[in-house]
Write a protein that binds this ligand. Structure first.
Ligand code: NAD
Ligand code: MG
Length: 392
C-alpha cells in the first residue's frame, strides 16, 4: 500500500486531496501516515479517524489538548507545533502533499524530500523562496517533485514526451480576478470582502486575495522559471477570464499546446496522485459548443504591479525570491488586518525589496534552508516595522 501524508489537510487543497483519497479507496487503499492542520481541530480529527492516520498534527501547540480529546480512542497519535510538523514529515511516505499556505510549508517539504518521497507541491512559496535549493534537495535524495498548481500541472502535462530544449515559450493564464476591469482609483479603495471572492476558483483566503492583486500570478511566473528551468523572457502571463485554458507551451516549430479543463483543483491534485498513470477524476467535462468562445487579453502592468515586481525578482534571483515571498506575506497580513490599502501591498513589497537590496544585496543565492529562513525573517521584521509605523 502506498504511504501518504498530507500537510495542510484541512485547507482548500488539503480537503480536495482527502476527497480524492477517499474516492480512490481511503484507508483500504492507502496507508495514511500523517495529516496536518491548523485551528480546525474537528476537521483534522475527523479526517485522521476516517483515514486511520498514524499521526495528526496541529500547527498550534495550544490546541494539542483539544486534538488529543478529539482523537481519544481512535489509535491516532496527536502532536502539535512546528517541530512536530517536521517530525511528521520525516516519517517515510511514498507520496506527500505539501499544501500548507505560506513559508511555513518550506521546512516540512524539505524534510519530506530527505527520505526520497514524491512531493506533490501546492505550496508555491517553496519554489519562489527556495526553488534552486528545493530542486537540489530532491535530486540529492532521488525524490521527485510534482507540480500541483493548475498552471504548472498543465505545463508539466504539455511537456510530456517533449524535450525542454524545444520549448520556445510558456504561457500561463490568469483569470484576472474580481478586479480585472477595475480602474486604478477603484483598486486603491478595494475592500477585504471584495478581494476575498474569486469569480472562478474556490480557494483559501490568502491565495484568493493574491489572485485579485495578481501577486498569485507573479508567484507563478517565478514558480515556472524555477520548476521548469525556463528563461524568464520565455515566460508570459495572459489574462483569460474563463479559466478554462490553464497554460500553453509553445515549441520551436510554432506549435502551441494548450491544456484545458474545468477550474477544479482536483484535476491537478489527482494528476499528481496518480502520475504517471491517469485515472478517472470527478471533474466537470467541458462542453465547448456551449462555452462558445474563449477570450484573452494582455495583463495591465500599471494596475497590477506585482507582475513587474516578479520580473525584477527573476532578474536578480539569488535571495530576491525569499524577500519577495516574505514581503508579500507581510503585505497581505497588513491588508487583511486593515492596516494598508489594496494597492499598498505592491508598494510595500517593492520598497522592502529595495531596502533589503541596499542592506545586503540580493544577488547571492542562499546556501541553505536556514539562510532562506533567515532572509525571510529579516524581510518580515522590516515589513512589520513598516506596518507599525505606517511608513510603507
Ligand atoms: P488554505 O488556507 O485553505 O489552507 C492552508 C492549510 O495550511 C490549512 O490546513 C492550515 O491549517 C495550514 N496552515 C496555515 N498556516 C500554517 C502554519 N503556519 N503552519 C502549519 N500549517 C499551517 O490554503 P490553500 O488555498 O489550500 O492553499 C495551500 C497552498 O496551495 C498554498 O501555498 C497555495 O498557494 C497553494 N495553491 C492553492 C490553490 C487552491 O486552489 N486553493 C491552487 C494552487 C496553489
Ligand atoms: Mg495557479
Amino acid at each position: 500500500m502506498r504511504r501518504i501524508s498530507v500537510f495542510g489537510a484541512t485547507g482548500s487543497i488539503g480537503v480536495n486531496t482527502i476527497d480524492l483519497l477517499r474516492r480512490q479507496g481511503g484507508a483500504e487503499a492507502f496507508r495514511i501516515v500523517a495529516l496536518t492542520g491548523g485551528r480546525n481541530i474537528d476537521l483534522l480529527a475527523a479526517q485522521a479517524r476516517e483515514l486511520r492516520a498514524e499521526v495528526a498534527v496541529t500547527a498550534h501547540e495550544d490546541r494539542l489538548p483539544d486534538l488529543r480529546a478529539a482523537l481519544q480512542g481512535s489509535g491516532v497519535e496527536a502532536a502539535a507545533g512546528p517541530a512536530a510538523l517536521i517530525e511528521a514529515a520525516e516519517r517515510p511516505a511514498d507520496w506527500v502533499m505539501s499544501a500548507i499556505v505560506g513559508a511555513a510549508g518550506l521546512a516540512p517539504g524539505f524534510a519530506a524530500l530527505r527520505h526520497g518521497t514524491t512531493l506533490a507541491l501546492a505550496n508555491k512559496e517553496s519554489l519562489v523562496a527556495a526553488g534552486p535549493l528545493l530542486l537540489a534537495e530532491a535530486a540529492r535524495h532521488n525524490a521527485r517533485i510534482l507540480p500541483v498548481d493548475s498552471e504548472h500541472s498543465a505545463v508539466f502535462q504539455a511537456l510530456t514526451g517533449e524535450r525542454i530544449e524545444d520549448v520556445e515559450r510558456v504561457v500561463i493564464t490568469a483569470s484576472g480576478g474580481p478586479f480585472r476591469d477595475w480602474s486604478l482609483a477603484q483598486l486603491e479603495g478595494a475592500t477585504l470582502a471584495e478581494a476575498s471572492h474569486h469569480p472562478n476558483w474556490a480557494m483559501g483566503q490568502r491565495i484568493t486575495i493574491d489572485s485579485a492583486s495578481m501577486f498569485n500570478k507573479a508567484m507563478e511566473l517565478i514558480e515556472t522559471r524555477e520548476y521548469f528551468g525556463i528563461a524568464p523572457e520565455r515566460i508570459e502571463a495572459i489574462v483569460h477570464p474563463e479559466s478554462l485554458v490553464h497554460a500553453l507551451v509553445g515549441f520551436r516549430d510554432g506549435a502551441l499546446m494548450a491544456h484545458l479543463g474545468a477550474p477544479d483543483m482536483r484535476h491537478a491534485i489527482g494528476y499528481a496522485l496518480n502520475w504517471p498513470a491517469r485515472r478517472e477524476l470527478p471533474v466537470a467535462r467541458l462542453d465547448l459548443a456551449r462555452i462558445g468562445q474563449l477570450t484573452f487579453q494582455a495583463p495591465d502592468p500599471v494596475r497590477f504591479p506585482a507582475l513587474r515586481l516578479a520580473r525584477e525578482v527573476m532578474a536578480i534571483r539569488g535571495a530576491a525570491g525569499a524577500v519577495f515571498n516574505a514581503a508579500k506575506e507581510v503585505a497581505l497580513d497588513g491588508f487583511i488586518a486593515g492596516r494598508i490599502g489594496f494597492m499598498d501591498m505592491a508598494r510595500l513589497v517593492e520598497s522592502l525589496l529595495s531596502d533589503m537590496s541596499s542592506r545586503q544585496g540580493l544577488g547571492n543565492a542562499p546556501a541553505s534552508l536556514d539562510n532562506v529562513l533567515a532572509v525571510d525573517a529579516e524581510a518580515r521584521a522590516l515589513g512589520r516595522e513598516r506596518l507599525s509605523t505606517g511608513r510603507i
